[in-house]
Design a protein around this ligand. Structure first.
Ligand SMILES: NC(=O)c1ccc[n+]([C@@H]2O[C@H](COP(=O)([O-])OP(=O)(O)OC[C@H]3O[C@@H](n4cnc5c(N)ncnc54)[C@H](OP(=O)(O)O)[C@@H]3O)[C@@H](O)[C@H]2O)c1
Length: 429
């Protein structure tokens, strides 16, 4: 039996989930994993908050140094979130020869390369399975189980909040605002939902997925990002009519030595497995050149699902620390020569919804404008008896640059009232 003494930096949703999981499955971890985990200290900012342990519990501290420099703590489990002081705590813990387990995707997307190098330098482990898709063990699968493959693409629904909102809009016809409020009432969305709604959280996770999948350093700053706040119930209705569902997708593809990384609302075929991922669930769809297509599905957040991934990492740290060459989880690789594709050079199909004045010939003139920019149309829907009239176009796969030029030209047309929405369409075949 191996012993692992840990300190928890943070005792919020996930930290308390870890405690609950230890109570619930201690015997399981002992018998089957052969690891006995003991919590020696817990960091919080305010000991008087209402939590599962009473405020006079001697495990509590408000000083991170009590954990990071504790002589007996072997693994520091960082569950505070945010960049500082988490960044400083992890660096100091690694330098002090302690292993680190973290769920902090924002921190890793920005400093993961440096931190994994630091872990190697000090011959300790840094593990971060819970940082992407919560309880779904997708990072280890990509890093280890699929290491005999060339990964061609990774496409994920990796933000539960936005998926919950889009599901409410699709299934109940809610507006974005009402669905966001429902997400906040259910505890799926923060009081400040910006990181989720605007796609930052998904972009952080995509950075980690792409680094591990394509074995190359990728920068979070190079991820193209669009949020879901402009999606209207009307777009959801048109999507249904066209046989699509709208999802916030995090897409990483490796094509001809170049990497595409983008997060944006996307229309996908209603029959694709990702279209059936609803509510706050997450899924990651991976294509490898040997394994073919795989989909990982499950709970991407929540106390126990996330704690499951955190404790899996703690157990793996215990198991691997006795090996001479313990495997690490690097986010740094030899230069691969793979460059990130500029967004205007990517190709997708597009859905464009315009509001126009009801003038004879308007449809033809707009179609001609698309054609003039090299954008070919696959379908057109015209609706509305009163002005402004709704015109919906779906294009064939086209360069983003050509589509942007067409929209620019349409914006100058006298007949145009508004470009109401432009949404990318992925057939995912
Ligand atoms: N929630 C999820 O479902 C989920 C899923 C996947 C990944 N994650 C990641 O897991 C991490 C933790 O998330 P969470 O939802 O558990 O957060 P949370 O509920 O806000 O808990 C954060 C904890 O850290 C403590 N803390 C924060 N800053 C501190 C400081 N400067 N000094 C001392 N204590 C500090 C807080 O103390 P107080 O209690 O005193 O405020 C609290 O106990 C984040 O990186 C998040 O992105 C969360």
């Amino acid at each position: 039996m191996m012993k692992m003494k840990i300190g928890l930096l943070g005792f919020g949703v996930v930290g308390q989930g870890v405690w609950q999981l230890l109570e619930m499955n201690e015997q399981e971890m002992l018998t089957h994993a052969g690891v006995q985990v003991e919590v020696l200290k817990i960091l919080v900012s305010d000991v008087h908050k209402d939590r599962i342990l009473s405020s006079d519990n001697p495990l509590y501290t408000t000083q991170w140094k009590d954990i990071v420099y504790h002589n007996d703590i072997q693994t520091v489990v960082e569950l505070m979130g945010g960049i500082n002081p988490a960044y400083q705590c992890i660096k100091e813990a690694l330098k002090s020869g302690k292993n680190v387990v973290t769920a902090n995707k924002a921190l890793l997307a920005q400093h993961g390369v440096e931190l994994t190098k630091l872990a190697e330098e000090h011959k300790v482990q840094l593990r971060y399975e819970a940082s992407v898709a919560g309880g779904i063990p997708v990072l280890q699968a990509i890093r280890d189980s699929l290491s005999a493959n060339v990964i061609n693409s990774i496409i994920g629904i990796v933000n539960g909040t936005t998926n919950y909102i889009l599901t409410r809009m699709t299934q109940e016809g809610s507006t974005f605002e009402d669905a966001l409020q429902a997400a906040q009432e259910q505890g799926y969305a923060e009081a400040d939902p910006t990181a989720d709604i605007e796609g930052f959280d998904a972009a952080h996770k995509l950075t980690l997925l792409a680094s591990l999948g394509f074995k190359t350093e990728v920068s979070f700053q190079k991820v193209y990002r669009e949020g879901i706040d402009k999606i209207s119930p009307l777009d959801i209705e048109y999507a249904k009519e066209l046989g699509y569902v709208i999802k916030l997708l995090a897409i990483a593809r490796c094509l001809n030595g170049r990497i595409e990384m983008r997060v944006h609302p996307t229309m996908i075929p209603a029959g694709h497995p990702l279209a059936a991922v609803n509510d706050a669930y997450n899924a990651v769809y991976v294509k490898g050149n040997a394994v073919g297509e795989l989909m990982f599905y499950g709970k991407g957040a929540g106390a126990l699902p996330t704690a499951s991934a955190v404790m899996g990492d703690v157990i793996n740290v215990a198991r691997h620390q006795q090996q001479v060459n313990a495997p690490t989880c690097p986010l740094h690789y030899q230069p691969s020569g793979k460059e990130v594709q500029a967004m205007d050079q990517t190709s997708t199909a597009f859905y464009i919804r315009l509001l126009v004045k009801d003038i004879p010939g308007v449809l033809g003139r707009i179609a001609t404008t698309f054609g003039g920019c090299g954008v070919s149309l696959s379908s057109v829907i015209q609706k509305g008896e009163t002005e402004p009239v709704s015109l919906v176009f779906v294009t064939h796969k086209t360069r983003e640059l050509a589509l942007r030029q067409a929209v620019k030209d349409i914006l100058h047309m006298d007949e145009l009232v508004e470009v109401a929405s432009v949404i990318r369409v992925e057939e995912l075949s």
